[in-house]
Write a protein that binds this ligand. Structure first.
Ligand code: SF4
Ligand code: SF4
Length: 106
């Protein structure tokens, strides 16, 4: 379906056609939503103090924890926002470009 948007500048919110419909709430875990990420987090375990601040703030629940310790990043759902790297008090997380040849993500 194509929309005629030649006069879109004059549209009000009521003129926009309905977009995608999400039939079930809370289904994002069923899809790989990290596909648009251009950078990914990389954690240096030798610096990490396991304060879990990154886990608390991650908006995509993409920091995996086991036995009260950060283990890995859920790269199927991490969007690469970099919030975890920003909040880490000991700079243990770096954002690295996708496809770069750095150490394996921990
Ligand atoms: S980059 Fe963003 S989405 Fe990915 S783990 Fe860090 S806080 Fe979560
Ligand atoms: S915020 Fe930094 S120090 Fe704290 S758990 Fe995350 S990576 Fe480790």
């Amino acid at each position: 379906m194509k929309w005629d948007i030649s006069d879109i500048g004059s549209w009000t919110y009521k003129d926009f056609p309905a977009g995608a419909v999400i039939p079930e709430a809370g289904n994002s875990n069923d899809y790989i939503t990290g596909g648009w990420r251009s950078e990914r987090p990389w954690r240096d375990d030798s610096k990490c103090t396991q304060c879990l601040l990154c886990w608390i703030v991650c908006p995509d629940t993409s920091i995996n924890v086991a036995d009260e310790k950060v283990t890995t990043f859920d790269l199927d759902h991490c969007k690469g926002c970099g919030i975890c790297a920003q909040v880490c008090p000991v700079d243990a997380i770096d954002m690295v470009p996708e496809g770069c040849d750095l150490p394996e993500v921990k």
